[in-house]
Design a protein around this ligand. Structure first.
Ligand code: BJW
Ligand code: ZN
Length: 244
């Protein structure tokens, strides 16, 4: 249930920026990042799988983890939370959708111009010359670059790597300009994405956190919580818009 005051703020907002994390895709059956290390992968730590050092140490292990996740994602479908954000984009004059997710489900739900901070699991790039490679043999063996023979890797941002500068600049601008900033389904611990709600609050936005849990989330004068799953809360928000 969205408090009436927050529903009114959303309806009146001219500029809304949304930051999404793994929780928005949880109801599509994609484990959140911190839950992804379950089952077969439970004996590994994030540092064994999502860092350049891990890839240098054991490229096959990292390649196979991403290959397994890519297959899970290919079989998943967008959920009502993804569709609600696409509908919101159509109703708000200035709307920015910033995602930390690499699963492409926002685009598959119809969102356009999505700002991808951590890359895309669907793309593969060369760890040597950095070019995106479109044709490669998708097996458990790590493929090599056709030009420099460097090993191919997912085109995602690992710990210790820089985020794409243009995406981060756009995200920061959207956070500074927003009337309302929605932080949806993210544990809000991974920098620099975690700084965006703070930037928005400092610039005068109302921050609304949509998450079933308050764990780890920063409190503040301009910060409000709507506790619940994104697949229920976001459609309810959109129903509050005129014509929603
Ligand atoms: C639901 C739900 C439902 C569940 N509905 N919600 C400053 C201080 C300290 C450290 C650093 C710092 N600045 C930089 C760093 C280092 C590092 C960092 O932040 N470390 C932290 C651990 C502290 N950052 C970096 O290295 C970044 N690079 C960088 O800053 O470069 C410059 C630099 C380098 C080195 C030193 C200093 C500066 C790069 C970060 C890249 C992150 N990459 C990953 C992997 C991407 C590829 C892949 O997917 O494999 O991105 S890590 C992982 O975390 C992934 C995610 O996008 C990201 C965020 O996770 P997210 O989305 O929040 O998921 P979860 O699982 O954590 O949370 C899920 C949430 O959903 C929970 O809250 C649930 O409750 C909720 N939920 N069901 C709504 N139905
Ligand atoms: Zn290459």
């Amino acid at each position: 249930m969205i408090p009436a005051a927050l529903a009114a703020l959303l309806q009146q907002a001219k500029r809304i920026a949304v930051l999404t994390g793994a929780g928005v895709s949880a109801e599509s059956g994609i484990p959140t990042f911190r839950d992804a290390l379950s089952g077969l992968w439970s004996s590994f730590r994030v540092e064994d799988l999502a860092t350049p050092e891990a890839f240098a140490r054991n490229p096959g292990l990292v390649w196979r983890w991403y290959r397994a996740r890519r297959h899970t994602i290919a079989e998943a479908r967008p959920n009502p939370g993804h569709y609600a954000l696409a509908a919101m984009q159509a109703r708000v004059p200035h709307f920015a959708l910033i995602t930390q997710n690499v699963d492409g489900l926002h685009e598959r739900a119809g969102s356009t111009d999505v700002i991808e901070l951590h890359g895309s699991i669907a793309r593969v790039k060369c760890s040597g010359c950095d070019q995106v490679v479109r044709e490669y043999a998708d097996t458990d063996d790590v493929p090599s670059c056709p030009d420099c023979a460097g090993l191919l890797r997912p085109d995602v941002v690992w710990f210790g790597e820089l985020l794409p500068a243009a995406a981060m600049e756009r995200a920061q601008r959207a956070a500074c300009e927003a009337d309302v900033f929605l932080s949806v389904g993210t544990s809000n611990i991974v920098e620099p994405a975690a700084s965006l709600p703070r930037t928005a609050a400092r610039s005068g936005a109302t921050v609304i956190v949509v998450n079933p849990s308050r764990e780890g989330q920063r409190e503040g004068r301009n910060v409000h919580f709507v506790l619940g799953p994104a697949g229920e809360v976001l459609p309810e928000m959109v129903r509050g818009f005129v014509g929603g």
